[in-house]
Design a protein around this ligand. Structure first.
Ligand SMILES: [Fe+2]
Ligand SMILES: [Fe+2]
Length: 276
């Protein structure tokens, strides 16, 4: 029996199959209501340490959403270079718009909790400026890493966070983000299904090699790069999770990601005959 997160990802994958045109149309016809602002309270009733932890967590959410902008822009740039269909680049611009919106919503949440923190600390691994550097990867490598793996993992974590978030306004933001991420997951796998079958055997092997770092990092949901930073990240996330303010505990996140790789991601990649 699949758990709700795995089931949710499977539903998003099923929507994506061969439906890029539908996704493109989704962005072209999106109602203005989709851009609505979320009224956030002051959160002053919360204790200072909890507010501080939640403000830090939501600032990190903003940085990681913002990191998706350059990561997915790499797919867009390579896609134009490699002359992929306009429907795909067009849908990607809609997805980029979502990521900018998610960044803004996360910043608003951090502001309501005491103030958005501008600086990405050196010991966190999701630095948008690093993702913006030029890369030598091909479109399909950028797509499978940033889209198929990156977006599916982030969707699964967000779904797990919805279940944990009891604060209504924050829950509305997490739930809205989840809806968008489902479209991103569907898009990435639909494009992979178009492109991967056209690859030669050596190209598939090189694609599999390019995925190795991402597959090695599977289950490492705590992105801090030093042991001390990981421990303080863990405490911060547990506090935010226990207060129902948007996070899961590190153990819950690890379990979601580990299960996702074994029961969805590796089988999906192998189904596409990518030798991982
Ligand atoms: Fe996002
Ligand atoms: Fe996304």
């Amino acid at each position: 029996m699949d758990d709700p997160v795995t089931m949710g990802v499977r539903v998003a994958l099923a929507i994506g199959t061969a439906k890029i045109r539908r996704i493109e149309r989704h962005y072209q016809q999106r109602p203005a209501e989709a851009e609505k602002e979320y009224a956030l309270p002051s959160f002053r009733a919360l204790s200072k340490p909890i507010r501080e932890a939640a403000r830090r967590f939501w600032s990190q959410r903003a940085w990681s959403e913002y990191a998706a902008v350059p990561a997915l822009s790499q797919i867009l740039l390579k896609g134009v270079q490699e002359k992929v269909p306009l429907g795909e680049t067009s849908a990607l611009t809609g997805i980029l718009h979502d990521e900018a919106l998610h960044t803004r919503l996360s910043q608003q949440a951090a502001d309501a909790l005491g103030g958005y923190l501008e600086d990405v600390p050196d010991d966190l691994a999701y630095d948008p400026y690093v993702y913006a550097a030029p890369t030598a990867s091909t479109m399909i490598e950028a797509l499978v890493t940033g889209g198929c793996l990156g977006e599916t993992v982030s969707r699964a974590l967000i779904q797990a966070r919805v279940q944990r978030t009891t604060h209504p306004e924050l829950r509305a933001i997490v739930a809205r983000t989840l809806k968008d991420e489902s479209v991103h997951v569907a898009f990435a796998w639909a494009v992979a299904e178009r492109v991967v079958p056209t690859l030669t055997q050596p190209e598939r092997r090189s694609l599999a090699r390019s995925l190795e770092p991402a597959l090695r990092g599977a289950g490492r949901s705590n992105r801090a790069s030093t042991a001390a930073a990981r421990s303080s990240q863990g405490k911060l996330r547990s506090m935010v999770a226990d207060a129902g303010l948007g996070s899961c505990t590190p153990d819950e996140e690890r379990a979601v990601v580990t299960r996702l790789f074994s029961s969805v991601l590796l089988p999906q990649l192998r189904r596409l005959a990518i030798p991982v």
